[in-house]
Design a binder for this molecule. Structure first.
Ligand code: SAH
Ligand code: SF4
Ligand code: F3S
Length: 439
């Protein structure tokens, strides 16, 4: 028997990259690779990269530099770059970093097995095509290994929205939805392997329009079909765009039993002037009305969002409008970013906000968000929630899992195992998690 080769994958960026890394690891499994969690003993290192902000891309180059010694010690080591930096700068990476053997974009990673075979013969490989064929179809069936209770499942990929700051439409390509039957098959298969909670992924997941048995299905219809999958207990989806939040989907939040009361709905700014310049095609007011409708449907829904501060031309008044919007919504979670110039996007050409102003705004917005998050977490104390256990906690007999609202919860539950669900009374809110007792 040949000894298996070892594959180390380092994943950056969004949840879709996490899903893609799993699929790439499985695809290379066919070539005799097993996963390792350190680069030191790897036969192949794959960086699955993110291009969303400048820093993200820089990290890739500095990480690559760190592998020089490993490659000198082991000339057979192959180094690959996948993901959104690969897509955006593939040829440049090849030129700039001779250590790299292989570059593969997010839409062509089903070709990894052939590419791996090529680099083994000493020929470098670059593939950043947007192929005609469906990558998910071309990938072999997923292996049957046991899975953790919570999993991601990509249902839609790419974006046609072209927000003025964003590289995703260029790195992931146009919006594509996977067919319904493939998604349901993959979901049932994941449930057979121990998955209890699925997060449906898409860059614009609520724009989902995959082919069903009777014409195109919406995301709401897909969620209702998943609601009927025995053994699946929870459904989530991310990331949504406000303009694709249909009545049908809002109604699903009111009445679909397995759909969790949590919604990540980025708005980016609270200033209409900036929203317009961002090409978001919604206003602060329309976003607030949307949230009212969501809360009418599901009063306890926990809102999450993304914000960019220091977008070109953003004034103090614009920024204040963002703070006002945050006050009006009350977020359970929010992710805040300093605007980062992305060459090739429309906003890159405009008058930039000075770095120190961006820094100062980031501090203020983060203080507000942190306060809201803490308040919301604190409001869970005394409530009875359902926790899906994911893994043992730090202490003997303790289990860690997630509530309906995605808060991490730790509970003493010596008889519980990952995948179990339990009713829990929340007793305490600590920094980034809750503590509770079994009821
Ligand atoms: N498809 C999702 C996620 C896009 S990327 C959506 O439409 O919301 C995740 C977040 O990164 C965005 O919501 C935005 O807040 C942030 N982001 C994107 N481009 C950025 C840039 N150039 N600078 C700073 N933050 C950015
Ligand atoms: Fe980027 Fe906007 Fe598309 Fe989201 S909707 S991926 S922020 S272009
Ligand atoms: Fe980053 Fe690409 Fe995701 S740029 S956020 S890895 S879609």
């Amino acid at each position: 028997m040949t000894t298996p080769k070892k594959l180390f994958i380092k994943t950056y960026g969004c949840q879709m990259n996490v899903y893609d890394s799993e699929r790439m690891s499985e695809a290379l499994g066919e070539q005799g690779y097993v996963a390792t969690d350190t680069p030191d003993d790897a036969d192949m290192i794959l960086l699955n990269t993110c291009h969303i902000r400048e820093r993200a891309a820089e990290k890739v180059y500095s990480e690559l530099g760190r592998y020089r010694g490993l490659k000198e010690a082991k000339p057979d080591l192959k180094i690959g770059v996948a993901g959104c930096v690969a897509q955006a700068e593939g040829a440049e990476i090849m030129r700039r970093q001779p250590l790299v053997d292989l570059v593969v974009g997010p839409q062509s990673y089903h070709r990894l097995p052939q590419m791996e075979a090529q680099v083994r013969t000493g020929v470098r490989a670059l593939d950043t095509d947007f192929p005609e064929e469906d990558k998910f179809e071309a990938l072999k069936a997923r292996p049957k290994a046991r899975r953790a209770p919570a999993a991601f499942l990509t249902v839609q990929e790419g974006c046609d929205k072209f927000c003025a700051f964003c590289v995703v439409p260029y790195t992931r390509g146009a919006e594509v939805s996977r067919p319904v039957d493939r998604i349901l098959t993959e979901a049932r298969d994941l449930v057979d392997r121990g998955v209890r909670e699925l997060t449906l992924l898409g860059q614009n997941v609520n724009a989902y329009h995959g082919a069903g048995p009777d014409g195109d299905w919406t995301l709401a219809k897909l969620i209702w079909a998943l609601n009927d999958v025995d053994g699946l207990e929870r459904i989530r989806f991310t990331t949504s765009h406000p303009n694709d939040m249909t009545d049908e989907l809002i109604e699903a939040h009111a009445s679909c039993p397995k759909l969790m009361p949590y919604l990540h709905l980025p708005v980016q700014s609270g200033s209409d002037r900036i929203l317009k310049r961002m090409n978001r095609s919604h206003t602060a007011e329309s976003y607030l009305r949307l949230i009212e409708r969501l809360r009418a449907a599901r009063p306890d829904i926990l809102m999450s969002g993304d914000f960019i501060v220091g977008f070109p031309e953003e004034t103090e008044e614009d920024f204040q409008a963002t703070l006002n919007l945050i006050e009006a919504v009350g977020y359970g979670y929010a992710y805040t970013f300093k605007y980062s110039t992305r060459p090739g996007t429309p906003a890159a050409e405009r008058a930039q906000v000075p770095e120190d102003v961006k820094d100062e705004r980031l501090k203020r917005i983060q203080a507000l968000i942190t306060q809201q998050q803490q308040d919301l977490q604190q409001s869970m104390v005394g409530r009875e929630l359902t926790v899906l256990f994911e893994k043992p906690g730090r202490f003997e007999g303790q289990m860690g899992g997630k509530s309906e609202y995605l808060h991490a919860v730790h509970v003493m539950a010596p008889d519980a195992k990952p995948g179990d669900m339990a009713r829990v009374r929340i007793t305490e809110s600590v920094r980034n998690s809750l503590k509770g007792v079994l009821i």
